[in-house]
Ligand binder design. Structure first.
Ligand SMILES: [Zn+2]
Ligand SMILES: [Zn+2]
Length: 297
């Protein structure tokens, strides 16, 4: 809750007029508690994981050639029933584990100093903070994910996430509740190290959800804006990890490719890309060459 009753008081405190975005923030947040503002993350979690996977799910059900040619594993199809089961299971984990943890973690947010007041952070401040969050998350996720591929971790926890050998957007968070919490810690570590404004935290959580849903979408669209991000792994990179499954020792990173490159865990993927490219060339650019065709070669 802002410590000002009126916009005039806020301007007097800052010694300048409020910017347009600060005026909007004042109008929205002045009478809301910090706890309620923090709870927005939980609302975003449910809303974005419900809405964002829908376009690709619809494309998979409609089976249009125009979209199918971008499907990474075109011969694998998920029906409505399987998609709904995936969504239902994800929501159950959110309701029983992630939501309550977010709601009860508010004291931590207060202690580390996530602020809700004015002035708002500048665009460059938000950019650099989110860049730190992405790098911290990516590096931590790489090692946590790699550890989950040890025999015990895989059999007891990570196996659930790998039930989808050809993932869909809804499967981004389809995992054992313990895995959702373990990898969720990696997302929260950046803000813990470099605390910023609540708006920066919201934006980071939303971007993280967008990224996870895109990499599990099952489609590799050449026009995706993420193609312009240097060292970005994307859908094809993570899809390969799911295709190989439990035995996978490739492509552990969540966002970028450099960790796998640095630690030599992308060799299988690079070999696969090379062979896959040759096979597609031999077939005259057929789009529905599937990964299974590679096994037959
Ligand atoms: Zn894995
Ligand atoms: Zn995955």
């Amino acid at each position: 809750m802002l410590p000002f009753q009126t916009m005039g008081e806020a301007e007097a405190s800052l010694g300048r007029n409020l910017t347009f975005s600060e005026t909007l923030w004042f109008k929205y947040s002045a009478d809301k508690s910090d706890y309620f503002l923090y709870c927005h993350n939980t609302i975003f979690l449910f809303v974005f994981y419900t809405l964002l996977p829908l376009p690709c799910a619809a494309a998979e059900l409609l089976r249009s050639y125009k979209i199918d040619r971008f499907k990474i594993q075109p011969k694998v199809r998920n029906n409505l029933c399987r998609m709904f089961k995936c969504y239902k299971d994800v929501m159950t984990v959110f309701v029983c584990a992630v939501g309550p943890l977010q709601l009860f973690s508010f004291p931590v947010v207060q202690v580390i100093g996530i602020r809700t007041g004015l002035a708002l952070p500048s665009v460059s401040e938000m950019f650099w903070q989110i860049l730190v969050y992405v790098l911290v998350e990516d590096y931590t996720n790489y090692w946590l994910h790699r550890m989950l591929h040890c025999k015990w971790g895989y059999d007891k926890i990570h196996r659930v996430h790998h039930e989808y050998t050809a993932p869909i957007g809804f499967a981004a968070s389809y995992a054992h509740w313990a895995e959702v919490l373990i990898l969720g810690f990696a997302s929260f570590l950046g803000p813990l190290i470099v605390p910023g404004h609540m708006i920066t935290l919201w934006l980071w959580m939303i971007l993280r959800q967008l990224e996870a849903i895109e990499t599990h979408s099952g489609y590799d669209f050449p026009w995706s804006p993420s193609k312009y991000i240097p060292f970005y792994g994307g859908a094809e990179f993570h899809d390969y990890h799911h295709f190989v499954g439990g035995k996978s020792q490739s492509n552990f990173a969540s966002v970028f490719t450099y960790c796998d490159s640095l630690y030599g865990t992308d060799k299988g993927y690079r070999y696969h890309k090379e062979v896959f490219g040759k096979l597609r060339e031999k077939s005259g650019g057929k789009y529905d060459i599937s990964m299974e065709d590679l096994k037959a070669e």
